[in-house]
Design a protein around this ligand. Structure first.
Ligand SMILES: Nc1ncnc2c1ncn2[C@@H]1O[C@H](COP(=O)(O)OP(=O)(O)OP(=O)(O)O)[C@@H](O)[C@H]1O
Ligand SMILES: [Mg+2]
Length: 312
């Protein structure tokens, strides 16, 4: 054995220290810890939920997607009614691929996204798929990644949720910048809307809620219903809700056939279409403008989804 070898070894790796390779690795690790992760540039994400089924979430989400697109906002709609999707039917799209293939790794985001005839981009959901209705951890992480990727492309990202308070639904609300609650003047719908506020606010007291009262029979009743809801939310969970507006109960909506284009596109002068236009304008105002903005990495949509996932 060479007598100088131990000396060389000692130079390369001082006692108790790291060799050059170790120091390089250690240095890179330290540098990684010191430098904060890069900020994210994302559009505004808006989850549309209700608690109770059939309150008009999909009708509102598809109408807003068309109106925002027409107002020059780069907008995408994600059908987050996991396993019971229908937004493609309301937007006149026949998708070949859906969220199902995307989460299964059988298609890329670009392959699954569709441009609907009225303009906004749609990430179609799947219907009758039990795996999506009851997503496991792998699917939830995949969903977080894809939603984050979409938020990075768009100025407004609308997330049309299903009824109920499944973990995936609550997580999507927690991850979004805003939650639009669609309710109706009936007590059952208001009680369920309150239940959603309670669930979400208990997990994140900074969650921001906007309320739409749909299917209002007498003008002005929407605001009265909102006042009851906001008072209960303030008293019991200390949350302030913001009123977005009301939509009349109108036969022209219920008579729309699946596969037809949304009313805001086919009959923009109809009273319901006009109220929806006002809602879209007010939504943009209340959100402080629908555009891309820079966020600290941990406040991006994907990061928020993953953080909240740990507590559900
Ligand atoms: N303002 C309205 N006037 C009349 N009918 C309406 C109105 N809004 C929604 N509807 C009708 O109510 C039904 C339910 O609407 P929609 O599918 O949008 O509800 P949803 O909340 O998305 O339901 P789900 O919880 O099943 O996802 C549809 O038939 C729709 O046409
Ligand atoms: Mg729906």
């Amino acid at each position: 054995m060479d007598g100088t070898a131990p000396q060389k070894q000692a130079e390369a790796a001082p006692r108790g220290g790291l060799g050059p390779r170790g120091r390089g690795l250690f240095g890179r690790l330290l540098q990684g810890l010191r430098s904060a992760p890069a900020p994210r540039t994302e559009g505004v994400s808006i989850a549309i939920g209700s608690g109770k089924g059939g309150t008009g979430k999909s009708f509102l989400a598809t109408s807003l997607a068309v109106l925002l697109h027409r107002a020059g906002v780069r907008t995408a709609l994600v059908d987050c009614d996991f396993g019971l999707a229908c937004d493609h039917l309301l937007l006149g799209v026949k998708p070949a691929l859906t969220l199902q293939q995307l989460l299964a790794g059988q298609a890329t985001l670009d392959q699954v996204l569709c441009t609907s005839p009225c303009g906004p981009t749609l990430l179609p959901g799947a219907s009758g798929v039990r795996r999506l209705a009851n997503m496991g951890d792998k699917d939830l992480l995949g969903l977080a990644r894809e939603l984050g990727a979409m938020a990075a492309r768009e100025q407004a990202l609308l997330l049309d949720l299903g009824a109920g308070i499944s973990p995936a639904t609550i997580l999507t609300m927690l991850a979004a910048d805003w939650v639009v609650l669609v309710t109706q003047p009936e007590i059952a719908a208001l009680v369920d809307a309150y239940a959603v506020v309670k669930c979400v606010a208990q997990l994140d007291e900074r969650a921001k809620f906007l309320v739409v009262v749909n299917r209002v029979a007498v003008p002005g009743r929407g605001e009265l219903a909102f006042q009851k809801l906001t008072e209960v939310a303030r008293q019991h969970v200390g949350v302030r809700l913001h009123y977005l507006g009301e939509i009349a109960d109108d036969d022209s909506v219920s008579q729309q056939r699946l596969g037809q284009l949304p009313l805001v596109a086919t009959d923009p002068g109809a009273p319901v279409a006009r109220s929806l236009e006002q809602l879209a304008r007010r939504l943009a105002e209340l959100c402080g403008g629908l555009r891309q903005r820079e966020l600290p990495a941990e406040q991006g949509l994907e990061a928020r989804f993953k953080q909240h996932r740990l507590f559900l």
